[in-house]
Design a protein around this ligand. Structure first.
Ligand code: PLP
Length: 443
């Protein structure tokens, strides 16, 4: 239960004085002092319980402090805290086998998180195909290490431009705002056919892989049309280009399946994952490859490694986390509650002038906010914010609702264990905030 921490302000000050915060101008960092959590809530040093409608960084899928994962971590610490990456361990065998089972792929290479998983996926694709380039999409995020940051399409890549060589970007299945003046109907065709043209212009023999998020997350939950993945898969096959799906955010139950692509009936050649793999309880990512790539590396050198690849405590956390998903029927809950979430979001779109579009699948969703539904003028500019978005943020904060807000998007991505009552309370608070925004834009 939340309790007042006697020294909360001092702790925040020391955090700010001696440590650096991500993606921030340091003197503007304004961290909450987190002291604990349970289920869908976390606690702060002032004794408040916050409803975590963002699952931290869309990561703490099974909720805060799940006892079964805590116990598995403690047990592994007692048995064996560390083994170097060249050693065989029980947990490595068990998790590797399980990941093959749930993805239908062959072998896993373990990393510490999503950025490193994407670095290694791109490297393996280059080694396997002997081709230098990777196609990614503009509205994407693949991580903050040099290669993953360059592979990302969104503004977070700008500070490292030109970054690593060999990244070519294409447009996204953003059906609310199709590029090139197309209608949504035209873009459903164009969103794949323009990729083929890019492949031809670049030279298919120079392209190792197309890397896309399973479902684009922090760039606006872009749920693709049903035809997208089968056509992308066919395009990759036509030119012998590997399909890498980054399921760091969309995988492991977020959409109600192990992988988001399982909704579309296709199999990627390489999957990367992190976040929901351990629900963030321990740092872990994985690159999971198909049998052809696995076979290739049977007789070819895998040029890469990490001191903490296959860290036993992280692997034990992942095994326990996956058991929780299965034993507690969490994906079923996500699919059921996702229907309710979708209905509520659609009702919000009807009710509020500022809600231009809603996109959702499972418990992965966003409200796209506009100043005007007819013109679709965003409530905040691309890569910026606005007084209206500030108002929304301030209201949610005042109600101790922790939400992910970015540009003109308000995300709803709660822990997968959230109850209907908790979710409804959270959404009620979003509605209060949207009413305040409507007052601002309607005058
Ligand atoms: N890929 C996607 C789709 C992500 O959302 C993220 C993180 O938000 C990453 C990769 C990077 O993962 P990490 O922060 O674990 O390095």
């Amino acid at each position: 239960m939340p309790e007042m921490h006697p020294d909360s302000q001092h702790i925040i000050e020391e955090n700010r004085e001696f440590t650096m915060f991500s993606w921030s101008v340091q003197n503007q960092a304004n961290p909450i002092h987190m002291t604990g959590g349970k289920g869908s809530h976390f606690f702060d040093g002032s004794g408040n319980a916050w409803l975590d409608m963002a699952s931290q960084l869309v990561s703490i899928n099974v909720g805060h402090q799940h006892p079964k994962i805590l116990q598995a971590i403690k047990d592994q610490v007692d048995t064996m805290c560390f083994a170097g990456p060249g050693f065989a361990t029980d947990v490595r065998a068990e998790l590797g086998r399980k990941l093959s089972e749930v993805t239908g792929l062959a072998k896993s290479f373990f990393t510490l998180g999503g950025s490193e998983a994407n670095e290694n996926a791109m490297k393996m694709a280059r080694l396997y195909t002997g081709r230098p380039k990777i196609i990614t999409r503009y509205r994407s995020y693949h991580g903050a290490t040099m290669g993953s940051m360059t592979a990302s399409g969104d503004p977070r890549r700008w500070p490292v431009e030109p970054g690593v060589p060999g990244i070519v970007r294409v447009f996204d299945p953003y059906m609310y705002r199709p590029p090139l003046g197309m209608t949504a109907e035209q873009w459903e065709e164009g969103c794949i056919s323009h990729i083929e043209e890019v492949i031809q212009m670049e030279g298919p023999h120079t392209i190792a892989a197309i890397m896309v998020e399973g479902i684009t997350g922090s760039n606006g939950v872009l749920v693709p049309p049903d035809s997208y993945y089968p056509r992308l898969r066919a395009l990759c096959d036509k030119y012998s280009i590997l399909l890498i799906t980054d399921e760091v955010m969309s995988g492991f139950g977020r959409t109600g399946t192990w992988l988001a692509t399982q909704h579309y009936g296709i199999k990627p050649d390489i999957v990367t994952c992190a976040k929901g793999l351990t629900s963030g309880y321990m740092p872990l990512g994985a690159v999971i490859v198909n049998d052809k790539i696995a076979d290739y590396f049977e007789t070819h050198f895998l040029a890469g490694g990490l001191t903490y690849s296959g860290h036993p405590v992280s692997l034990a956390a992942a095994i326990a986390n996956i058991k929780v998903y299965e034993e507690e029927n969490i994906f079923e809950h996500v699919r059921e509650l996702g229907v309710h979430l979708g209905q509520r979001l659609e009702a919000m779109k009807r009710k509020f002038a500022c809600v231009g579009d809603v996109r959702y699948i499972g418990l992965f969703s966003v409200l796209e906010l506009v100043k005007d539904k007819a013109t679709k003028e965003p409530l905040a500019p691309f890569n910026g914010t606005s007084p209206e978005m500030g108002k929304l943020a301030a209201h949610l904060k005042s109600k101790h609702i922790y939400a992910m807000l970015r540009f003109n998007w308000a995300f709803v991505c709660p822990p997968l264990v959230i109850t209907k009552e908790e979710l409804d309370h959270g959404l009620d608070m979003y509605e209060e905030a949207l009413a305040l925004v409507d007052q601002m834009i309607l005058g």
